[in-house]
Design a protein around this ligand. Structure first.
Ligand code: PLP
Length: 381
């Protein structure tokens, strides 16, 4: 196992961690991707059987069945022969391309291999036993699990009646909050927290706490991005990923957007060079002008078609603007997940606070046609 140096140990003790926490802190630093809460697909697998059949409909991990766009695929193909080199310049090009699009200086952006890494690293850098991780409930679990794993306190604040983050309650949740995590639109509900509410939390959060704004699904929703808060030097770190609208989950590209001093605080927890395939694929994706609106429409059309089916059949669901939605099965959600698996349809997981709801990812129209048949059958049983 990786050992922490004496300087790191002293720093952790100063932040209120005990020696008991050291092993887990070191595990997080070393293991990353192998932790059970590390990513959407790892979390999805927790409630799944292994060895999915070849004809499985995989709508459990909020992946994008469209995959990378042709321009990204070509760029990645072309770089493979040069893959014997680290090619740091491709990371700089991705950083500069994203910076220009977001109206930020390049120093306000750090590229990563996906957004799980900066999410975990922000937890390591800004939370502790005395500096809680404040999150929405139900919310994306990777950050809260990472916080619990290292011994930081987690405070879960239920969503409002309209399924937005309860920014008033979150701002008041702890005077020592280390991170306030808002996923917009939220995972699993696919619902938005308004810009007004985000401005509220920026203005009313405790001094010293950082807003961790996870915009993994923002382009799918069409809501405006909040990078202007970063440009205005606020206490905010925004997470972006190429795993969702850009369809590159397995290729691993993402970024953290924030003031250079905040990005510097999470940097010591990073490791090494980034995959050049992912970097050139990300840059190529960003340069395709109509990619985002086109893909947003494809996902929205499929989602609205499934919603029409759910409405027609009197199933209760949360109206989502993202690539997943929560549907109320009226019985323990786990039973429905298991029954759907028997039909070879693999849907997402259940959140403890909403035990009768299951999360379903929006797949292709063909996949959702299979979902509808299986869901009607399972719910009628
Ligand atoms: C809200 C949210 N944040 C972050 C991630 C991390 O994804 P990745 O590491 O692939 O960027 C996911 C994955 O599904 C997610 O749903």
């Amino acid at each position: 196992m990786m050992q922490l140096g004496t300087v790191e140990q002293k720093e952790l003790l100063r932040r209120g961690f005990s020696r008991r926490n050291f092993g887990r802190f070191a595990t997080m630093l070393a293991a990353g991707a192998t932790l059970p809460f590390s990513s959407e697909s790892a979390l999805a697998q927790l409630s799944m059987v292994k060895n999915m059949p070849a004809d499985a409909v995989k709508i459990n991990a909020n992946e994008n069945p469209l995959g990378p766009c042709p321009e990204a695929a070509e760029a990645m193909h072309n770089i493979i022969q040069k893959g014997g080199r680290y090619l740091y310049e491709e990371t700089f090009t991705m950083q500069e391309t994203l910076a220009e699009m977001e109206g930020l200086k390049p120093s306000y952006i750090t590229p990563y291999a996906g957004s799980s890494a900066p999410l975990h690293q922000a937890v390591l850098a800004f939370t502790s036993p005395t500096k809680p991780f404040v999150t929405g409930d139900p919310g994306y679990e990777a950050g809260e699990r990472a916080a619990e794993f290292i011994g930081s306190k987690v405070i879960r604040v239920p969503l409002t009646k309209t399924y937005a983050h309860d920014v008033v309650a979150m701002a008041k949740a702890s005077p020592n909050a280390g991170l306030i995590y808002i996923c917009n639109p939220n995972n699993p509900t696919g619902t938005l927290t308004s810009r007004e509410d985000i401005d509220y939390i920026m203005a009313n959060k405790p001094a010293g706490s950082i807003l961790l704004l996870d915009e993994a699904y923002i382009h799918i929703s069409g809501a405006p991005v909040a990078s202007d808060l970063v440009a205005a030097d606020k206490d905010v770190i925004i997470l972006r990923t190429f795993s969702k609208i850009y369809g590159m989950a397995g290729l691993r590209a993402g970024a953290a957007l924030g003031r250079p001093d905040l990005l510097k605080k999470i940097m010591p927890y990073s490791a090494g060079a980034l995959p050049v395939t992912a970097m050139v694929g990300a840059t190529a994706s960003l340069k395709v002008k109509d990619l985002v609106p086109k893909r947003r429409k494809i996902i929205a059309d499929t989602r609205e078609d499934v919603f029409a089916y759910l409405t027609k059949n009197n199933f209760k669901f949360v109206p989502s603007v993202s690539n997943k939605f929560m549907v109320d099965t009226g019985r323990p959600g786990r039973e429905i997940i298991a029954a759907m698996q028997k039909e070879h349809v693999y849907i997402g997981r259940v959140w403890p606070s909403w035990p009768t709801y299951v999360r379903v990812t929006v797949g292709t129209p063909e996949e959702m046609a299979k979902f509808k048949i299986a869901f009607s059958k399972v719910m009628a049983a």
